[in-house]
Design a protein around this ligand. Structure first.
Ligand code: ATP
Ligand code: MG
Length: 365
């Protein structure tokens, strides 16, 4: 068998970033080393608030071009509250990446497995395992920073385009099909909007319906965003794939992280036609940086999503399988409940959690 090689651009970032990146790369290196089917080549790239403080540059052009050329991008967290650009705006190369690489699909899995402290008590036999897809390049964030404000009024633009919506919905249905094939969901996509009030959302819904008609083997339905917020609390086990506009997705994904019992376990991916960035939902957590106490699980789960995405894109079954294997190893360590970081009520250090996941991966072989 010829071994497929993939270049992974790595941004270790700021705050707890380097601490959670280290064990993540150890895990990925170990998996790649034992697989005859693929190899991963990591390229550390500088960017972020620490870099800006030290050099006056936050996102070197070379880092962007190397990230663009890589097969996938793994990013921990960037930004620090007390380091800002001269005009006072936040340093967030991860958001610049989303714009530059046109990463329109923000994928936010919401999953609660055994040992995870969800604020919800699930009825017997129910589990939470759905995916929220947030459009990430337009919607209500389109005029970000460019709205008009006068003495008497302020206006922002809500932009929905056919081009981006079509790609977004195509992506959502493809994901629902994968989940159905894996037995993780019924193959259902829910369009979350406010079509009863906004013409822009009626347009959004129309494009969704046209895409749904191309997938007669999958279910499609609609839900208003307000009702969706209610149902995410009342019956989250009913959802499979949710797809929505940028601002609605921003709000609902934090609700999703809340269902999971906090930020330390929430992974994410931002996916475009050519590139994809995988990173935990949390920020750089400067309050706990440098103490070896950060929870690396969200980063491990983001890395698992990266392996699955790469594997599907390149028809590499071993990569897809290893992504699932890493996710299961994280689940197993959480379920055992012995090695947990402070945010989960334990006392384990960041690197101990990494070693526990590696042990679990070896045991599962
Ligand atoms: P950003 O604006 O970059 O999203 P934020 O201000 O929302 O950042 P985070 O950096 O995500 O904040 O941190 C919010 C809180 O959650 C902090 O108290 C932080 O210590 C905690 N936290 C975030 N990530 C982790 C983690 N991986 N492990 C443990 N605690 C974390
Ligand atoms: Mg935040």
């Amino acid at each position: 068998m010829t071994q497929a090689e993939f270049d992974i651009a790595v941004f270790a970032g700021d705050g707890i970033g380097p601490e959670i990146t280290r064990p993540t790369l150890e895990i990925l290196r170990a998996m790649a080393a034992e697989s005859p089917a693929y190899d991963l080549r990591f390229k550390d790239l500088p960017a972020g608030a620490t870099l800006y403080r030290d050099t006056g540059e936050a996102f070197p052009a070379d880092s962007l071009s190397q990230a663009r050329a890589a097969d996938a991008i793994l990013l921990s967290a960037m930004g620090l509250p007390d380091v800002r650009y001269k005009d006072g705006t936040e340093i967030s190369p991860q958001i610049d990446l989303r714009k530059e690489l046109q990463l329109f699909a923000g994928v936010r899995p919401v999953r609660v497995s055994a040992g995870q402290a969800s604020p919800l008590t699930l009825p017997e036999g129910r589990e939470i395992d759905f995916v929220l897809i947030r459009e990430s390049t337009e919607g209500l964030f389109y005029s970000q920073g460019a709205g008009t404000v006068t003495e008497t009024e302020a206006r922002e633009t809500l932009l929905i385009t056919r081009e981006v919506s079509e790609k977004l919905f195509e992506f959502a249905f493809a994901l629902a099909r994968e989940r159905k094939d894996e037995g993780r969901g019924p193959g259902r996509v829910t369009c979350v909007d406010k079509a009863n009030v906004f013409r822009a959302f009626a347009f959004f819904r129309e494009i969704f319906d046209a895409e749904a008609a191309r997938h007669p083997d999958l279910e499609a339905n609609h839900a208003y965003v307000d009702a969706t917020a209610l149902w995410m609390v009342q019956k989250p086990w009913d959802f499979d794939v949710l797809v929505t506009e940028n601002m609605f997705g921003d709000i609902l994904s934090d609700l999703g992280a809340g269902l999971m019992g906090g930020l330390g376990l929430a992974p994410s991916a931002d996916i475009g036609l050519h590139n994809a960035v995988f990173q935990p939902c949390h920020g750089s957590a400067p309050d706990i940086a440098g103490q070896n106490v950060a929870n690396p699980m969200a980063m491990f789960l983001s890395a698992a999503m990266m392996l699955e995405w790469l594997g599907r894109k390149h028809d590499n079954a071993a990569l897809v399988a290893d992504g699932a294997r890493l996710r299961h190893a994280v689940d197993a360590v959480l379920a055992a409940g012995v090695v947990r970081t402070r945010d989960l009520g334990g006392q384990a250090a960041t690197d101990e959690v990494g070693r526990a996941v590696v042990r679990e991966l070896c045991a599962g072989k």
